[in-house]
Ligand binder design. Sequence first.
Ligand SMILES: Cc1cc2nc3c(=O)[nH]c(=O)nc-3n(C[C@H](O)[C@H](O)[C@H](O)COP(=O)(O)OP(=O)(O)OC[C@H]3O[C@@H](n4cnc5c(N)ncnc54)[C@H](O)[C@@H]3O)c2cc1C
Length: 385
Amino acid sequence: MRQHVQFVVIGAGAAGSAAAYALARRRQDVLLLEQFHVGHERGSSFGPSRIFRLAYEEPDYAGLAQAALASWRALERESGQQLYWQTGGLDLGPAGTPSLEAVYASLSTLEVSPQRISRRELARRYPQWQVPSDWEAVYSPEAGIVSPQRTLRTLTDLARHHGAQVKEGVLALEIEPGQRPTVVTSAGVVTCDHLIVAAGAWLPSLVPELQAVLSVTLAASSFYRPDNLSAFGPERFPVFITHDEFQAYGFPAFDVPGVKLGVDVVRPVTTGETRTFEVPARVIEASDTFMRRFLPGASAVMERQTCLITRVPGGDFILAPHPDCPQVTLASPCSGHGFKFTPLLGELLAAQALGERHPWHLPRFALPSGAGWQTAREQPLTGGL
Ligand SMILES: Cc1cc2nc3c(=O)[nH]c(=O)nc-3n(C[C@H](O)[C@H](O)[C@H](O)COP(=O)(O)OP(=O)(O)OC[C@H]3O[C@@H](n4cnc5c(N)ncnc54)[C@H](O)[C@@H]3O)c2cc1C
């Protein structure tokens, strides 16, 4: 490994791969370090699907999602790969639920024509759903699927194409902020002009000052085999989120022959190093109950997966300079809803590393107060996914 490069990026998840690509595309000299391999299943950015949607209660996030859609399109154009599939989205729950109303209100301010769907209309258009009589739905046409496995492969291939070095199986053991930040790795020591630390659930180990403000929890997804696969395909079955006690989110059968479901009923705290791959019993019970009750045509379990969510209190992201060292950028764009912004986040991180001001760099991406360094931040985010 070379001893000095302009930019080192630690972590080839969504954030780090996108940052490395954005920097390499701008003809910068970049080294991307990944402790495992690109697309591995121990972090947050893997598997067939993440939800893309514009529906955020906070207008700045809704605008960010619109800008992100343009950046997905640009990435698709450059790579020649499809990375976003527009399936439409359903938000479902008891009529009048405040969060469901907020989704409708948020979408109404954007030019995307959301539709309110009564239970009767839902049964006509999407007979896969069997919901209680007091439920309704909001349909968002722009919602869809973005694919972590395809996106990471595309970003790292393009980064290499533009000249970046992508080193897999190299662990960053220690970072030393300074005029020329130093990274001690399992393959030698490297210095750089600017370091981006995008280490996901391992960020609290590399930057201990963040331990007080980042929580890492285990989330799980379950896959269910439908009786009739085509009825649950992306053309006929939109991505969904429920506003009920399950706080469920799910996907049509996409890249795998099963419907994918997540429920937010328990958040076991863990770390990148000590996590298990066991799905909590409460998650299994809630997921299976949800499918039997609401989507009975797809209730045979195929497989379950676990994933790590790194959260900032309030659900925002961190995309901020190290307080003691502007040559180091800290990146934690997860909180369970960051994937939809991936290519745009790469541009934001590249701009920050180059000392530029990006118009979509929101004030709420500052370091949270309560970290090892005291910094004020904006109001908390209230929405999910
Ligand atoms: C179950 C689940 C469902 C989600 N659903 C959605 C959704 O529907 N929509 C949405 O928009 N978002 C969703 N998200 C959030 C989204 O997946 C995350 O925002 C995104 O994956 C975060 O990427 P990251 O790069 O920050 O972290 P990661 O993908 O974990 O990347 C960090 C990388 O750094 C590497 N690394 C760490 N430490 C070191 C080191 N010391 N040396 C070298 N390498 C290191 C790791 O191995 C890892 O590859 C979901 C997340 C989960 C877990």
